[in-house]
Design a protein around this ligand. Structure first.
Ligand SMILES: Cc1cc2nc3c(=O)[nH]c(=O)nc-3n(C[C@H](O)[C@H](O)[C@H](O)COP(=O)(O)O)c2cc1C
Length: 169
């Protein structure tokens, strides 16, 4: 599959089959996250893999959509901002690093036929409490990971002409 075909194939999956996924598939997805670049290669990320049914139920309280915790695995991407690269003007790049890693993982999952969905609209305090995340470590993005039970919606994107500025703004 070409990269553009893979980018087209990945879409937000909001329905999952409940059965477990192969351990090898999970490892591949995590490896894709590990291989992602980070600013100054500081690698300020932690991935929490949640498979336990009770722990998934606790996460469901932080993000209450019913499809979310039906997936057999939830990956919670966390950033340790103190360990992330900071630009001279104070801009911390930890969130950028996390986004790249999650993008790598979601694309890898699509490549091996698994579904994911970026989830940002959760209650971080509830996620922290559910997973014993220490102070200073921020849960930024969660994604379910599992076999899709439905297709993603068709892609709706702006035209390139509305995104791209040639040579200057
Ligand atoms: C940073 C980020 C946060 C998101 N948070 C949520 C979320 O909380 N719940 C949800 O259902 N989808 C969430 N999404 C998925 C987007 O709605 C989705 O990616 C977008 O509509 C494009 O659809 P596609 O992923 O199928 O291409 C999020 C996506 C991103 C990139």
């Amino acid at each position: 599959m070409s990269f553009l075909d893979l980018a087209e194939k990945r879409g937000s999956i909001r329905a999952y089959k409940p059965g477990p996924i192969p351990e090898e598939s999970l490892k591949q997805v995590l490896e894709a996250g590990r291989l992602a670049p980070s600013a100054a290669n500081f690698q300020p990320l932690h991935f929490i893999v949640v498979r336990d049914e009770q722990a998934r139920a606790r996460l469901q309280e932080a993000y209450t959509k019913d499809w979310f915790a039906r997936a057999p695995v939830i990956i919670v991407a966390c950033v340790d901002s103190q360990r992330a690269w900071t630009r001279n003007d104070g801009r911390n790049y930890g969130t950028v690093d996390a986004a790249i890693a999650v993008d790598h993982m979601t694309l890898c999952a699509a490549d091996i036929g698994l579904g994911t969905c970026w989830v940002g609209a959760f209650d971080p305090a509830k996620v922290r409490a559910a997973l014993d995340i220490p102070a200073g470590i921020e849960p930024l993005v969660m994604t379910p990971l599992g076999e899709p039970a439905a297709k993603a919606l068709p892609k709706k994107r702006k035209d390139l002409k509305d995104l791209v500025h040639w040579e200057r703004w």
